[in-house]
Every structure is written in structure tokens, then in C-alpha cells.
Design a protein around this ligand. Structure first.
Ligand code: PEP
Ligand code: MN
Length: 350
């Protein structure tokens, strides 16, 4: 940490600042310039975190040198984190796609989607059983029944499943049924929930809050990792801005910034970012070209009848076309893309 003092700071004020830092067990180094005196703090900055430096007489500004996230930071791990999910390795050279409906609505639609997921070479099936909806009058998911359908789809189609957990009380039951726990944008800073999923042995897909900075997202991941769960996948899903032509504003730059800052895998969700079906392919292409490790895409057998997010859900033909269009984008940035699998009978997959 570097403390810049005011031009009129007195020697007594500067001494008092140094004493405060040194009382916390951190050494100081003084550098007197023409207008400002700079106090460099040498050593572990953590004990300084709670000191309200700007309130100390003589302090003009403070610069943090160390990243506030440690476990998630790139310096912490020499290699990128890789997470095994069924046949796929998230964070490896191959791009992974998680696909499925916004909500689990019943067996027929889920099973049909699971077949498409498997056949296209996607890594996992997604579908919400507990849905965070802006209006309490909207469809809020099938709950535990939805989880049971996901577990059945995983069993019958042989694909891992990803689903959202909204509440600390649901963590246990969701972890029993799902391979990956999703924390949605609206819960990215639900710190009790983050800590709770940090205690279970399931990878967590952590979506960026719609008004959260990249630093907020990394600190949210830190909450999970601090409890012992290192398998966190970050997901850029668009942020709220003044723009109204899209549901959210896709923050493409967040992808390379996150890749620079952290060893954790970085996904993009073009469905919630754009909110319109037509935008899903271009945003997916851009995300892969920008270095994303994977995509989360909503697809539905009949989007016009979907109980949530129908406007942004791809039809199956559109999803298949998207999967076919992605390999050149992956190859352009030195990545590989999973091959489509020939349609298999259920018996041969089991
Ligand atoms: C979802 O994935 O269906 C969802 C609700 O996403 P988000 O939390 O990003 O809005
Ligand atoms: Mn959705």
C-alpha cells in the first residue's frame, strides 16, 4: 500500500500515520518529494485493511498494491484451474458449452434437450428448478420436482447437470441432484450462500451480478474458495447500463480482464447478456474469440411456449447451427471444440 500525504501535511501528522501503520505490524518507508511525502507500506497489507486512512489528518490518497482477492488471483496458482465435468474438462484447451432451458418445465422438454446436449457434444445440461424471477407472479420453477427431473436426465442421457441454488437452505438438496451449483446474478453477493456452497464438494458456476464490477465478482469467488471449494467457474452474463436495445450490456472486455486476473475458468452467457435470440450467435462467437473457456446458452424445444426466457432461447436447429459455427472461432484463438456425437440409443449410453 502506498499512502500519499497532503502537500500541507505536518511532520507530526506524517509520524502519526507511520505509527498507525507500524502498530499494525507493517514496516514503512518514507519518500519525501517536492510536494508530497509518500509512505510506502512494506509487508503483508492485510492488517491495514480496516484502517480508515482517509480519515487520518495529512492523508490525501491511498493506493492498494496487492490484489484484494488472493486465492482467485493469477499469482496464487501457476496453472489455470481445470474442472472435470463428465467427459469435459472446463478450463482446458477445449471450449465447453452448457446448454438447456431457462427453467425445467417437465420431463418431455428436458429429456429432448438432454438428447440435443449429448448429440452436439455440449458438456452439460442446464435448467433452473428454483428460479429467481423479478415478479413473484412469474413461474418460479418446479422446485425439488425439477431437481428430480434433472437427476433423471443425467442418468438417462449420461450428461452432467447444472442448476441454480438460490438459498442456503437449498444447498444440500441441490448438491444431491446436480453436478454443478449455479449462483445467479441476483445472488452474487449473497455472502451466506457463497460461504455455504464453498463447503460442498461441487463445482460452482458463479454469475456476475448485474451491477457488479469485475473485482466484486472475484471477491465473491474468494468467499467460496475461502471455505475450501476451489472449483469456481466465473460467468459474464451482461451488466445493467443505460442501453435498452439489449436486455443487458455484454461486457466482452471482462473476459480477457478476468483471464488476466484469475486462474479460474471464465464462461460467457450470451443468452442473458443479449436477451434476444438473434444476438446469441454473434455474442458467442465474440466470447470465444475473446478467450472464454466456455458458454452457457439457453435452448428450448419450443421457445414460443417457454415458461421463462423464451425470447432469448434458441430452438434446437438454431442451437445445432451455433455449435457447428463455433469451431473456427475456437481454432482462431488456439482452442479446440468438442465434436458432435452420433445419435446414440439410450441403452448404449447407460
Ligand atoms: C439463468 O441462468 O437462467 C439466470 C437466471 O441467470 P442470471 O442469474 O444471470 O440472470
Ligand atoms: Mn434464464
Amino acid at each position: 500500500m502506498i499512502i500519499v500525504t497532503r502537500p500541507d501535511a505536518t511532520d507530526d501528522e506524517i509520524d502519526a500515520i507511520r505509527e498507525r501503520v507500524e502498530a499494525a505490524g507493517v514496516r514503512t518507508h518514507l519518500s519525501r518529494g517536492e510536494h508530497h511525502t509518500i509512505i510506502g507500506c512494506v509487508g503483508d497489507e492485510e492488517p491495514l485493511a480496516e484502517i480508515p486512512f482517509l480519515s487520518l489528518p495529512g492523508v490525501e490518497r491511498v493506493h492498494q498494491v496487492m490484489k484484494p482477492y488472493k486465492l482467485a488471483s493469477r499469482e496464487f496458482a501457476a496453472e489455470p484451474t481445470r474442472i472435470t465435468l463428465g467427459q469435459a474438462t472446463i478450463g482446458g484447451p477445449e471450449i465447453a458449452v452448457i446448454a438447456g432451458p431457462c427453467s425445467v418445465e417437465g420431463w418431455e422438454m428436458l429429456s429432448a434437450t438432454a438428447d440435443v446436449v449429448r448429440e452436439t457434444g455440449a458438456a452439460a445440461l442446464r435448467g433452473g428448478a428454483f428460479k429467481p424471477r423479478t415478479s413473484p407472479y412469474s413461474f418460479r420453477g418446479m422446485g425439488v420436482e425439477g431437481l428430480e427431473l434433472l437427476a433423471r436426465a443425467r442418468e438417462e442421457a449420461g450428461v452432467p447437470v447444472v442448476t441454480e441454488v438460490m438459498d442456503t437452505r437449498q444447498v444440500e438438496v441441490v448438491a444431491e441432484h446436480a453436478d454443478v451449483l449455479q449462483i445467479g446474478a441476483r445472488n452474487m453477493q449473497n455472502f451466506s450462500l457463497l460461504s455455504e456452497v464453498g463447503r460442498v464438494h461441487r463445482p460452482v458456476l458463479l454469475k456476475r451480478g448485474m451491477s457488479s464490477t469485475i473485482k466484486d465478482l472475484l471477491l465473491a469467488a474468494e468467499y467460496i474458495m475461502r471455505q475450501g471449494n476451489a472449483d469456481v467457474i466465473l460467468c459474464e452474463r451482461g451488466i445493467r447500463t443505460f442501453e435498452t436495445a439489449t436486455r443487458n450490456t455484454f461486457d466482452l472486455a471482462a473476459i480477457p480482464v478476468l483471464k488476466r486476473e484469475t486462474h479460474l475458468p471464465v464462461f460467457a452467457d450470451p443468452s442473458h447478456a443479449g436477451g434476444i435470440r438473434e444476438l446469441v450467435a454473434p455474442l458467442s462467437h465474440a466470447a470465444v474469440a475473446a478467450g472464454a473457456d466456455g458458454l452457457m446458452v439457453e435452448t428450448h424445444p419450443n421457445p414460443a411456449c417457454a415458461l421463462s426466457d423464451g425470447d432469448q432461447s434458441l430452438t434446437f436447429p438454431e442451437f445445432r447451427a451455433l455449435m457447428k459455427s463455433l469451431p473456427p472461432f475456437a481454432e482462431a484463438v488456439g482452442r479446440t471444440f468438442p465434436k458432435a456425437k452420433p445419435a446414440a440409443t439410450k441403452a448404449s449410453v447407460a
